[in-house]
Design a protein around this ligand. Sequence first.
Ligand SMILES: NC(=O)c1ccc[n+]([C@@H]2O[C@H](COP(=O)([O-])OP(=O)(O)OC[C@H]3O[C@@H](n4cnc5c(N)ncnc54)[C@H](OP(=O)(O)O)[C@@H]3O)[C@@H](O)[C@H]2O)c1
Length: 306
Amino acid sequence: MPRSPEPMPLRVAVVGTGRVATALAHGIAGLRGQPCAAEDLDVELIGVAGRDEAAAHDLAAACRTSALPLAVATAGADLVVLAVSDDAIPAVAARLAGAGAPVRAGGAAVHVSGATGRDALTPLAAVGWATGCWHPLQAFATRRSRIDPGSLWTVTADPALTRTVTALTARLGGQAHPLADDHRAVYHAAATLAVTSAVAGIAQAQALLSRCGLGDAPTVPALARLVAGSLAGVAEVGPAQGLTGPLVRGDLGTVRRHAAALAEQPPARDLYAASGRAVIPLLAERGLAPEVTAALAGALDGPPGT
Ligand SMILES: NC(=O)c1ccc[n+]([C@@H]2O[C@H](COP(=O)([O-])OP(=O)(O)OC[C@H]3O[C@@H](n4cnc5c(N)ncnc54)[C@H](OP(=O)(O)O)[C@@H]3O)[C@@H](O)[C@H]2O)c1
């Protein structure tokens, strides 16, 4: 009896040569030769395209794939991943869909922007491509950043493309969850809030430590380690149970001393008070009495008149 033919791999082209494109190209190329169970999606990186052709050649060589001219990135791909700056997505989609660019029937394209909707890919949808958003909830700080297995990804797409992208995410070690298009802005604001508030806290703390005479000490890596340790606990047991510090201990005297010490340092004082107020609702979950939390909340604003 003849054997049924092997299923064709999903042929993926990555557009862009920046931080996320580099991580994706390496991640997908890294699947080559990896054992793939029958129920897993087989994936092949067919090439990398970018407006900077030299950068595309370098990335393609590093990933042992082809550098594709931008206008034909869609030609042989089942899935084109646009990993370009948010504002460039519509223009790149128009270029890919435009006259002269061969567009494969049944193809699909996704962008990896968190805040941008599917409508940024309208030019490709208009020529019959399935379109969607596929966003890694991960920070890619440099072109050396790589996909973190275990990352959460969100997908905004029709059911068939959602299934494909979810299977691709699983091959990359991540977990994909559907996200409605009209939630994307709040979703991305949440991700930005989490990262920006941590970085803002470290920047303000570094300035305060410099004023304490620690300007020559490696305070930024030390603070980043301090935060990472705290966040490891939060990842394990959640924000309320993972919170450490004087607020959760109910140490009113310490909070008063902090607020007084920061009274003349407006940016640090304001951030200390705002972040403290934001965690006050968590204190009830740790069993602090309402009158204690009320006193702590009042102390965050510092001595009267500051
Ligand atoms: N970085 C993160 O932490 C992160 C996390 C999740 C999602 N994302 C999303 O990933 C996408 C890429 O971000 P990134 O951080 O990788 O940015 P990036 O490192 O700045 O790279 C941007 C890429 O877009 C290309 N590009 C910009 N304008 C273009 C245009 N008009 N035509 C063609 N290519 C153009 C750039 O080409 P040149 O090199 O020629 O300028 C570069 O390859 C964005 O949608 C972003 O929201 C980023």
